[in-house]
Design a protein around this ligand. Structure first.
Ligand code: URA
Length: 435
């Protein structure tokens, strides 16, 4: 018989929870029969005393079965999903999904909205005029058939236990525990029904994994959870010390994703997209090795086939595909301001979290889930780490609809940039791959 007080006591004294205790806890949270104070007490005990691999697997499985699981069996082929642990300027899904789909890998993906200084794919796609992120199951299947890919908002009923736990973790300082993070991410990914998952696990100051070791440990645990559930999972550990690419903010990021699919994207953005989509093509069994996967991904990009997939994807979800040729069709910001360098030298650091915060203050991000966002607000970084800069030259352009927000954003962005006399050593973008 499940007993919540005994369950808290077990974890408080550092012992392993039984399967009955974990499943009893998750069903109580889902039904709403466990009060928040008891749930919070257990979450804190987990943070302080940790969970074993076995406990983490059971927690993931219980959360994954707390709601609806997607059945993608009507879609032929090996479906591959991709997930990023969240970063600043991370528009990668909008690039890798069309590339992988152009290589014959069906993508039927659910994504989230942004919160705090990290953006969300769903918000970015909504900056395309007419684009719909909520589709009926029939429309979703039709989009995958027509375009080779579809990305929709997460339905309310996927892993509802995680939704409740995450909301409590957020306000009880219990987010940052490897077992809670891994089970939260993997329960949603496994419930989404794809056969394989490529994880982009970020590390650095713009990520909750501050060190590479923390990111590797999280990546390894998520790969193990996925493998245990019978899925092919790969974790690519990547740098998130400076923002990815040059665009931060919803419509700005969509434009940069389109530029990248035209072969005119920033070097770091293109490189990350090719590495991740290469692995997606390999995991989708459209290549015999990750190297061959990358070669196929490159061909899909250079030939324009991936851009064609993006066009059909936008069309299938009700958006105006003319945005691909005409960026003036995106909502235009009312105001802009340039951030000028106060001294010459080299850009030695761009704090990703600082730029994320600046973009949020310009109107591009939310502080709470209910906040409205300005889809045209954001920052275009003209200089990245390692670039030379003269005194008075522009480091970045900031966009907003509001004078006050622009001033606040400028202050934050200025604090995020460091200019020094010497060229810095740049950190590698791809740190490790865990299979
Ligand atoms: N993202 C999630 O979905 N869950 C976590 O716990 C952390 C990041």
């Amino acid at each position: 018989m499940f007993d919540m007080i005994e369950t808290i006591e077990t974890k408080k004294t550092g012992q392993e929870l039984s399967e009955e205790q974990i499943r009893g806890f998750v069903s109580g949270v889902t039904e709403g029969s466990i009060p928040d104070y008891q749930t919070s007490a257990l979450l804190m005990a987990i943070c302080l005393n940790g969970m074993t691999r076995r406990e983490t697997f059971i927690l993931t499985d219980a959360m994954l079965h707390s709601g609806q699981t997607m059945d993608l069996s009507d879609i032929k082929g090996i479906k591959v999903d991709k997930h990023s642990t969240g970063g600043v300027g991370d528009k990668t899904s909008l690039i890798v999904a069309p590339i992988a789909a152009a290589c014959g890998v069906p993508i039927a993906k659910m994504s989230g909205r942004g919160l705090g200084f990290t953006g969300g794919t769903i918000d970015k796609m909504e900056s395309i005029p007419g684009f719909r992120v909520q589709l009926s199951p029939e429309e979703f299947l039709h989009a995958v058939e027509y375009a080779g890919m579809s990305i929709v908002g997460q339905t309310q009923n996927v892993a509802p236990a995680d939704k409740k736990l995450y909301a409590l973790r957020d306000v009880t300082a219990t987010v940052n525990n490897i077992s809670l993070i891994a089970s939260s991410i993997m329960s949603k990914k496994l419930a989404s029904g794809s056969d394989a998952i490529v994880l982009d696990v970020k590390c650095g100051q713009g990520s909750f994994n501050k060190t590479q070791q923390a990111a590797e440990d999280l990546g390894r645990l998520m790969v193990d959870i996925g493998t245990d559930a019978g899925k092919k999972v790969v974790a690519v550990i990547t740098d998130m010390n400076q923002p990815l690419g040059c665009a931060v903010g919803n419509s700005l990021e969509v434009m940069e994703a389109i530029d990248t699919l035209k072969g005119k994207g920033p070097a770091d953005m293109e490189e990350l997209a090719l590495v991740l989509s290469g692995w997606m093509v390999y995991c989708g069994k459209r290549a015999d090795s990750p190297e061959e996967g990358r070669a196929k991904a490159e061909d899909a990009l250079r030939s324009g086939r991936a851009l064609d997939v993006l066009r059909r994807f936008i069309e299938a979800q009700g958006g105006d595909p003319a945005v691909i040729e005409n960026y003036a069709l995106f909502k235009q910001p009312l105001l802009k301001a340039e951030l000028k360098a106060e001294k010459g030298g080299f850009v030695t650091d761009i704090a990703a979290d600082g730029i994320g915060l600046a973009s949020q203050h310009l109107g591009a991000g939310r502080k709470t889930k209910e906040d409205p966002i300005d889809l045209s607000a954001g920052i275009l970084l003209l200089k990245k780490v390692g670039d030379r800069i003269e005194e008075g030259e522009s480091l970045a352009i900031l966009y907003s609809d509001c004078e006050e927000k622009l001033a606040e954003g400028l202050k934050e962005a200025a604090a995020a940039y460091t200019v020094g006399a010497e060229a810095p050593e740049t950190a590698p973008l791809i740190r490790e791959i865990i299979e």
